[in-house]
Design a binder for this molecule. Sequence first.
Ligand SMILES: NC(=O)c1ccc[n+]([C@@H]2O[C@H](COP(=O)([O-])OP(=O)(O)OC[C@H]3O[C@@H](n4cnc5c(N)ncnc54)[C@H](OP(=O)(O)O)[C@@H]3O)[C@@H](O)[C@H]2O)c1
Length: 265
Amino acid sequence: MSASERPLAVVTGASSGIGLELAKVFVEHGFDLVVAAAENDVVHDVARELAAGGARVDPVRADLATFEGNEDLVAVVEGVGRPVDALAVNAGIGIGGDFVDDSDLRAHLRVVDLNISSAVHLAKRLVPAMVERGAGRVLFTSSIAATAPGPFHSVYAASKAFLASFSQSLREELRDSGVTVTALMPGPTDTDFFRRAGMTDTKVATGPKDDPADVARAGFKALMDGDDHVVAGSLRNKAQAAAGRLLPDPVKARAMRGMTEPGSG
Ligand SMILES: NC(=O)c1ccc[n+]([C@@H]2O[C@H](COP(=O)([O-])OP(=O)(O)OC[C@H]3O[C@@H](n4cnc5c(N)ncnc54)[C@H](OP(=O)(O)O)[C@@H]3O)[C@@H](O)[C@H]2O)c1
């Protein structure tokens, strides 16, 4: 397969965790990549490793919590000069703790900027060309946190609920366009996420976790199958997501408290 015949995927948050594993799966399946993350050296190192097997991998250092950072990524994608076959909007951060007494407003707004605004920005800038071409696959990394209220990580859980809703809405709008939209809904996964979110003393962070490689494979399969969503990982996650459809929100909120309250771990 010549370089120009290889499909192209864009993966955000590809320097670690689920995004890195997604990038590896794309390469295994013959994709070239544009990979984005916030830390310069890491994303460049990762790109070199991903390219070792012959794929073209363009790294982008961009703070996707900013408008300019998203535009920088779009500019690199456009500079590659090839259609985007798959877009994995995966970069995300959490923030744990007591909303009123123990957290910083700017940190909460940064969760909104990255988890929500960047997803809207990249979808608005990159999906129209897919629609015009009549082909493309879009993956949003949501979470099973989207299926219940999330006390002590309230902004994060709401941001993931936004992504689940946005993903389904866009999917329906694009029903006859040739472009599919899929939500990846992992449960607790063994990445740097909980440390970065300041949640290491919670039950959810100290409990069992899934392998990010398994989560990424489930996401890739659902994306390629054109599924609307996939609850990745263990049966426990699938049970939680199913219960989320049945239980009243106040009941779910109380149950989640036991998992996410600081000191619960
Ligand atoms: N781990 C879980 O339990 C879990 C469960 C459900 C859903 N998720 C979701 O999975 C996604 C990936 O998280 P993860 O668990 O793999 O965590 P992770 O290992 O911390 O990876 C987060 C990725 O996002 C990037 N990122 C963070 N801030 C950024 C910014 N401002 N601009 C650009 N990139 C940025 C990071 O790059 P840098 O290192 O360069 O900042 C990194 O590549 C997130 O959307 C998260 O909400 C995680």
